[in-house]
Design a protein around this ligand. Structure first.
Ligand code: ADP
Ligand code: MG
Length: 837
């Protein structure tokens, strides 16, 4: 390096309207040369003039044109980080925040103390930081602490085209912050960056920006990409098809990198394994197998210490009180609530081993493998050093092949890609309107996304895109993906907004507003959880709706907003300081958030051997579940106890892959739970330092009374997921045998056969989710004592006299609810047995 920066011509002729400061940057000649090739450099002056002259500016440019790496540098050079202020850039994905801060620091020859990143619970921001990359969730949390964002002179919202909920909310909030700052003569600039030209939701929205902001379009030097559609109708086995396509390209086509789009981490790994096996790479060594550990022994140790702990704590009373959340001070939490942009990582990843069954695995071996294939995975949660590998040139004499999830679509530009293989699918979180429960589903991408993917092939020279679906199917794709905010429940967002004292959420300038029904559903749930004050009673429908949508937040709500989990789980955490339940509640919440702890064992077997192995494993897992569930109170906690027992035993084994393998647990899920437990512990300590929790993966098993408390905590959080077994006199026909009824579904629902309560059939249960296969099945089931319902879920009950006060808590001696009313009705009108004093 060493050479003073050679500012581009446009930088010299700055108009006086800009800040007078010009901060020199000492870039290396190589970087300078690379930069000058980027199309955005030609627009520097236009962009900077627009920023100087307008409070809000939109920059549109094809992926790879240099928006993320260059615009922050323009602003830095123009002095937007002077007077100790910071240039902030938000990314919807953690991986982009980290990678881009590293890249920009390198280009500018500055340390990561100056160009830094902050993602949930992790970052390298210092006093010297001038350019700060962060996830959108981090900025949202900062707004909660300092609404005017006074540390910033400019905020860039990157990847706005993705329309992640947090991006949308931030743009809405920033539109207000920008005008408040202007009134104080401390102008804040907002730059919105998008990879597509579809920005009408930002420009044509009078409520958002009264003056439509200028849109600067960056012409990109995109090389032509030839798109090849499959002739056949799309295949179910798109991973296998990807494998065959990569083999063909590698064998038959001239040099140039290959980029494969798949939907999830498990698929990415499976395809990488398969390709590496087909085109061996000399330097790769298989990991050594460790000795098999005895998981029964681990569980025995766990149970033994459980017995000890139970004896020690036998004196504790097994009741929780709904009032005790007040011991937690209202949330001033430091931690951020990260946007869930890593969806693809949380998928119901039954690690589909593609090598099973189709006999294709050997096909590669017969190919001309003279040129090795340098196969690299890429997905959001990949360790940063591994991610960085995709930016390195592949070893001499090899061809680069990156197998990626959606992250490679717009967030990261991989150099040297000439061939794109697009499976046409994306894993998205799907929300069921009836049950409100989410699941990950693989669905077709939009036309816009497919075109973005194809574009990755034409960055450095003309390229080819192989779409594993027919052009007719493409014609049926939706044109653009709908904004995330219209696709999902919004209770977590509403809670965040209320904690920012935005009471009337209907008036909020959403770029695309969620439906009124979604807003009402969110407020109702939050009122029921006690996070919002109940609206005053009124008969008039219109008034009712208005008051419903402007409920103020409660102290409990503020505490809940400080936890980086969905409101139902946040409620559980807020209640669980009682009786030392916090470590268990944290574990339960972490485990419920990660979902699908257990391997998919119902998958079809490829061979008789495989079938026998799966059968054996199913039996073993069922047995382990019974062991983990235990007896008495702990069995009543049901599948939640299984989660706790599995995590506990697994941690006693040091989370070893052998233990997981032997017990049908997904080791990735177990590691994710460990990580989340650490994060939630930090969050609880921040909200409530007196709790003084420390992160100890090996927890003592809960005592009997703690288990009872946990049951109540779970009921308090999942109250809207209550189901009652259909009584014998209601059994008009056979389809209701052993069935349960929920408030929202007319259909019978059943306890899933994998549940430890499958044969127990408690009268009342709460469930984590309903999945529909041959029938509607409840998963994550826990039994409920009927007398808890009025005390723990008063807002779901009708009392025969209006309630002046919340129902009294338990009678400690008898473990029953003290309720002076003769009878209580669950809201949907189920009579409950009279509960007497
Ligand atoms: P945009 O945000 O418009 O999509 P970027 O600013 O991310 O564009 O990328 C601009 C250029 O910088 C691209 O050509 C990309 O290949 C290159 N680039 C980005 N990150 C790295 C990196 N870590 N290593 C090498 N090149 C990179
Ligand atoms: Mg970018």
């Amino acid at each position: 390096g060493g050479q003073p920066s050679q500012a581009p011509a446009s930088a010299v002729a700055r108009p006086p309207a800009k800040p007078a400061v010009f901060i020199p940057v000492n870039r290396s000649p190589e970087v300078q040369e690379e930069r000058l090739k980027l199309p955005i450099l030609a627009e520097e002056q236009v962009i900077m003039e627009a920023v100087a002259g307008h409070p809000v500016v939109i920059v549109c440019g094809e992926t790879g044109s240099g928006k993320t790496t260059q615009v922050p540098q323009f602003l830095y050079e123009a002095g937007y980080s002077s007077d100790n202020s910071i240039i902030g850039i938000t990314e919807p994905r953690r991986v982009a925040a980290v990678a881009m801060s590293q890249r920009v620091a390198k280009e500018m020859n500055l340390s990561q103390r100056v160009v830094s990143y902050q993602i949930r619970y992790e970052g390298n921001v210092t006093e010297e930081t001038r350019i700060k990359f962060m996830t959108d969730g981090v900025l949202l949390k900062e707004i909660q602490k300092d609404f005017l964002l006074l540390r910033y002179k400019v905020v860039l919202i990157d990847e706005a085209h993705e329309r992640s909920v947090y991006t949308d909310i931030l743009i809405g909030l920033l539109s207000r912050i920008v005008s408040l700052r202007a009134k104080r003569h401390l102008p804040l600039k907002l730059v919105i960056m998008s990879a597509t030209l579809r920005v009408e939701d930002f420009t044509q929205n009078q409520r958002l920006f009264a003056q439509p902001p200028p849109v600067i379009k960056v012409e990109s030097r995109q090389f032509p990409v030839t798109v090849h559609f499959n002739k056949r109708t799309p295949l179910e086995d798109y991973s296998g098809e990807c494998f065959r396509k990569v083999c063909k390209i590698h064998r038959m086509l001239p040099p140039g990198g290959i980029l494969v789009f798949l939907t999830g981490q498990a698929e990415v790994h499976a395809l990488c394994r398969r390709l590496r096996r087909a085109f061996p790479h000399a330097r790769r060594r298989p990991p050594e197998k460790e000795d098999q550990e005895d998981s029964v022994e681990e569980t025995r140790k766990f149970k033994k210490s459980r017995t000890r702990a139970r004896k020690a704590q036998a004196a504790t009373l097994p009741q929780i009180s709904l009032d005790s959340y007040s011991v937690l001070p209202a949330g001033e939490g430091d931690e951020d609530r990260e946007a869930e942009m890593d969806e693809e990582e949380e998928g119901l990843g039954s690690d589909l081993d593609l090598d099973l069954g189709d006999g294709e695995a050997d096909a590669g071996a017969q190919l001309d493998a003279s040129l090795p294939l340098h196969v690299l995975p890429l997905y959001s949660l990949l360790a940063p050093e591994k991610q960085a590998q995709v930016f390195q040139p592949p070893p001499e004499g090899t061809r680069l092949c990156v197998v990626a999830t959606n992250v490679a679509e717009t967030s990261l530009t991989i150099p040297g890609i000439k061939y794109v293989v697009d499976c046409g699918k994306v894993k998205r979180r799907h929300y069921d309107r009836v049950t409100g429960v989410s699941s990950f589903r693989v669905s077709w991408v939009s036309q816009a996304s497919a075109d973005q993917r194809a574009g990755r092939a034409g960055r450095t020279e003309p390229g080819h895109c192989y779409r594993l679906y027919s052009s007719a199917v493409f014609g049926d794709f939706e044109q653009f993906p709908p904004p995330e905010i219209t696709r999902r429940p919004v209770e977590d967002l509403i809670l965040q907004m209320k904690s920012l004292n935005i009471e009337k959420v209907v008036n909020f300038p959403f770029p695309t507003p969620p439906s009124v029904e979604a807003l009402i559903a969110a407020e109702e749930l939050l009122v029921a959880l006690g996070a919002l004050q109940a609206p005053p009673k009124t008969e008039r429908v219109k008034e009712l709706q208005r008051s419903r949508l402007s409920c103020p937040i409660t102290a409990l709500g503020r505490t809940m907003a400080a936890f980086p989990v969905a409101p139902r789980y946040a409620k559980m955490l807020a209640l669980s300081r009682q009786h030392g339940c916090l470590p268990y509640a944290i574990t339960v919440v972490a485990a419920m958030t990660v979902r699908e702890l257990f391997e998919e064992l119902d998958r079809p077997a490829a061979s008789d051997d495989e079938l026998a192995r799966l059968k054996g494993k199913r039996a073993r897992v069922a047995q382990m579940k019974r062991v983990w569930a235990g007896q008495g109170a702990s069995l009543q906690l049901g599948d939640i106890m299984v989660l706790l027992g599995a995590v506990g035993a697994c941690e006693y084994s040091g989370c070893s892959p052998q233990f997981c393998e032997a017990n049908g647990l997904r080791d990735k899920a177990m590691l994710e739970i460990r990580r989340l437990r650490g994060q939630l512990t930090t969050a609880v300590n921040t909200v409530c330092p007196e709790a003084g929790l420390f992160v100890d993966p090996k927890m003592q098993p809960p005592s009997e009374s703690q288990v009872t408390c946990l049951r109540q905590i779970v009921v308090a959080g999942l109250g809207d997921h209550l189901a009652r077994r259909v009584q014998s006199e209601d059994l008009s026909d056979d389809k209701w045998k052993n069935a349960y009824k929920t408030p929202l579904l007319d259909e019978p629902v059943f306890i899933h056969p994998s549940s430890v309560l499958f044969r127990e059939l408690p009268e009342f249960v709460v469930y984590q989710e309903i999945v529909e296969t041959t029938k509607m099945y409840m998963k994550g089931v826990s039994a409920v004592e009927v007398q808890w319902i009025p005390a723990l879920l008063p807002s779901y009950c009708q009392f025969d006299k209006p309630l002046e006060e919340p129902p009294p808590a338990y009678c400690p001696e008898r473990g029953r609810v003290l309720c002076h009313r003769a009878s209580v009705f669950y809201r949907v009108g189920w009579p409950l047995p009279a509960v007497q004093v």
